[in-house]
Every structure is written in structure tokens, then in C-alpha cells.
Design a protein around this ligand. Structure first.
Ligand code: PHE
Length: 344
């Protein structure tokens, strides 16, 4: 038994452990259930009583020496984290970190807001769930106007005088401004609007608008025309021209729809402007005196203009996107095209 103890000590002298795995292998080899030191303890049971004391002491010393040595190796390899070999191949290219970017609709909305801010407009927001009064009644919609029909409007609650609904335009925010703000008012109202329309390349049941309102003494149609022209030139370039076509809205009189000269063919006629050289961008008009009076503004002293545009429509024209649905589907291949766009 003496020789066996010496043999183990000699092996221990030779032992070298460079990795955690080698340390663990050595522990199993000497101290494991079938390890060499464990085997010697088994053998110790057969030793005669006269030798028990001496061998007992030797064996215990051996076990301590082996344990100490293995602990020493364990400490030295754990100092060196790479001793198992690196867990990962550090020479591999890293996973690309893809930062998010702003949605094209947000980019254009922000541009529209910035342009009007430069002109001195404030920004106002209001509730998306509105009542009939602020969306229709206060804006001079006759009781049987088709926009009030279930076909066009999502109602949240019906059956009473002032039902709740999802706003169909942000003109409702303009009403709230007229009710609550001191005159003069110069404000734009960006926000999400809802219409009960079949989804197609040109229409969606949810889209975004920026509507504007200016009320002061002596505001005229000429002021409106100038504001829209300046906006069009900021948005579509210094050569942009506008034309106004007579139109109808219950809340403005006179009313007009505005086209901007096609920024793709510059008036020559292409498939985006359908050969006309003009693209429709917004609706506008002089605020109807009934609308001013409904919000407690004296229409004999004050006048004003209002306008409203669809953000997706402006974005489509700027980027020549021919299907509105791209803006809602969040296809990364589409969105990535705008990841570096700070300017359209
Ligand atoms: N509110 C109108 C719409 O949603 C747009 C508009 C606003 C027209 C202001 C004229 C004046 O279609």
C-alpha cells in the first residue's frame, strides 16, 4: 500500500491542468467514486489492525495533498477565463445592430408641422373618440349629410342626441380651439382620423391629417392663397405652383380644392398626375360664418380660413409611392428605404 501511495504522489507531481475540463478530469481520476485515492480508502479496510494507524494517517495526508493540488489548479485556470478555449469565436463578424428609424408618415407629418410652425402656427391635438357635435354639428353639417351616415363614420355609441364616434377629420380639434382659445387663432391640428372606407391603393379606414385654422380681423381669401402657396413651395420645392378649383365643404364658404404642379414631370404630364400636370393636395376655404358663430366668435368682426390635407397623400406624392397600403403594412423592405430620409 505504501508503494501505491507513492505512485499516486508521483502522478500528482506530473499532473498539469490547463483548462477547467482538465481540472475536473483530474478530480474524477483521483477523488471520484472510482478514483485512485478512493480505491486506496477501499483497500484500507483490509489492512491489519497493527498498520491501521500509520496507513490511516498517510491516506488522510494523501487525500489532503491531492485536494490541495486540484484546488490550486482550479484557482489558476479560473484566473484565466480563456483557459477553456474562448466560448465564442471572437474573430467572427458581430451581429449587425439595426437601429430603428422614423416611419415615412411621421417624417412627412413632422415636415408639414415644421413648415407651419415657421409661419407662426401653434400645434393643437384633441381626442380621437369625439362627439357628433365637434365633428359635424358645430361645423355646419346638415342633419342628413351623408358623412354622418354609418357607411362613412365609425360610431362608438348611437341612440342619443350627441353620439360618440371616431373623428372623421381633425376639424373637430379646430372647433375645440375656437371654443377655448383667445383670438386671434393660428393653429394646426395633426392627428389620426377614421373613415368607414374599403381599403384600397387609394383609401384606408385610418389615415393622418394636418388641418389648419387662422382666425383674425380682416383675414381674406388672398391670405389663404398665399399661405398655401408658401406651404407648397416649402414642401415641393421653390418652383411649385398651385391652382385652386371651386369645391364644397359644409364648414367653409367659398371652398376650394388645391392642386400643386406635378413635381415629377413639371407640368408636362406623366402617369402620376395622369397627364394633367397637377396633383391634388388639400381642401380649404373661408370659415363659414355659421361655424364661427357656433363657437361664439362674432362673424361680423372676425373672419378666417381653414385647410386640411392627408399626410399619406402628401407622402405618396413626395416619394411617388403608388399604393397607400404600403404605409400601413410595415414591410421592412419598404420602411428601410426611408431609414436615412431626414428630408424628402
Ligand atoms: N376637413 C376636411 C376633410 O377632412 C378638409 C378641410 C379642412 C377642408 C378645412 C376645408 C377646410 O376632408
Amino acid at each position: 500500500m505504501k508503494e501505491e501511495i507513492e505512485k499516486v504522489l508521483a502522478e500528482l507531481d506530473e499532473l498539469k491542468c490547463l483548462t477547467r475540463k482538465e481540472v475536473e478530469d483530474a478530480r474524477v481520476r483521483f477523488l471520484g467514486k472510482k478514483g485512485e485515492v478512493t480505491a486506496l480508502f477501499e483497500q484500507f479496510r483490509t489492512v491489519g489492525p497493527e498498520m491501521k494507524r500509520e496507513y490511516g494517517r498517510k491516506l488522510n495526508e494523501l487525500k489532503q495533498t491531492v485536494t490541495a493540488k486540484i484546488e490550486e489548479f482550479r484557482a489558476s485556470v479560473s484566473d484565466n477565463a480563456e483557459s477553456d478555449g474562448p466560448k465564442e469565436d471572437l474573430t467572427m463578424p458581430g451581429d449587425a445592430f439595426e437601429p430603428g428609424s422614423r416611419h415615412p408618415v411621421s417624417i412627412v407629418r413632422q415636415q408639414i408641422v415644421e413648415i407651419f410652425r415657421k409661419f407662426g402656427y401653434d400645434v393643437a391635438e384633441g381626442p380621437e373618440i369625439e362627439d357628433d357635435y365637434h365633428v359635424f354639428e358645430a361645423l355646419n353639417f346638415p342633419p342628413n349629410h351623408p358623412a354622418r351616415d354609418m357607411q362613412d363614420t365609425f360610431f362608438v355609441s348611437t341612440g342619443h342626441v350627441n353620439p360618440l364616434l371616431l373623428r372623421t377629420h381633425t376639424s373637430s380639434v379646430q372647433v375645440r380651439e375656437m371654443e377655448s382659445q383667445p383670438l386671434p387663432i393660428r393653429v394646426i391640428c395633426p392627428g389620426r382620423v377614421f373613415r368607414n372606407e374599403a381599403i384600397s391603393a387609394r383609401a384606408h379606414c385610418i389615415f393622418h391629417q394636418v388641418e389648419g385654422l387662422y382666425i383674425d380681423k380682416n383675414v381674406t381669401f388672398a391670405d389663404l392663397k398665399q399661405a398655401i402657396l408658401l406651404f407648397a413651395r416649402e414642401m415641393f420645392g421653390p418652383d411649385a405652383e398651385i391652382r385652386m378649383r371651386p369645391s364644397y365643404f359644409p364648414f367653409t364658404e367659398p371652398s376650394s380644392e388645391v392642386d400643386v404642379s406635378c413635381n415629377i414631370c413639371h407640368g408636362k404630364g406623366c402617369n402620376i398626375c395622369k397627364g394633367t400636370g397637377w396633383l391634388e393636395i388639400l381642401g380649404c376655404g373661408m370659415v363659414d360664418p355659421n361655424v364661427l358663430e357656433a363657437s361664439g366668435i362674432d362673424s361680423k368682426v372676425y373672419s378666417g380660413f381653414a385647410f386640411g390635407m392627408g399626410v399619406e397623400r402628401i407622402a405618396m406624392l413626395k416619394w411617388q409611392v403608388n399604393d397607400l397600403r404600403h404605409y400601413f403594412e410595415n414591410d421592412m423592405r419598404f420602411l428601410r428605404e426611408f431609414s436615412t430620409a431626414t428630408e424628402v
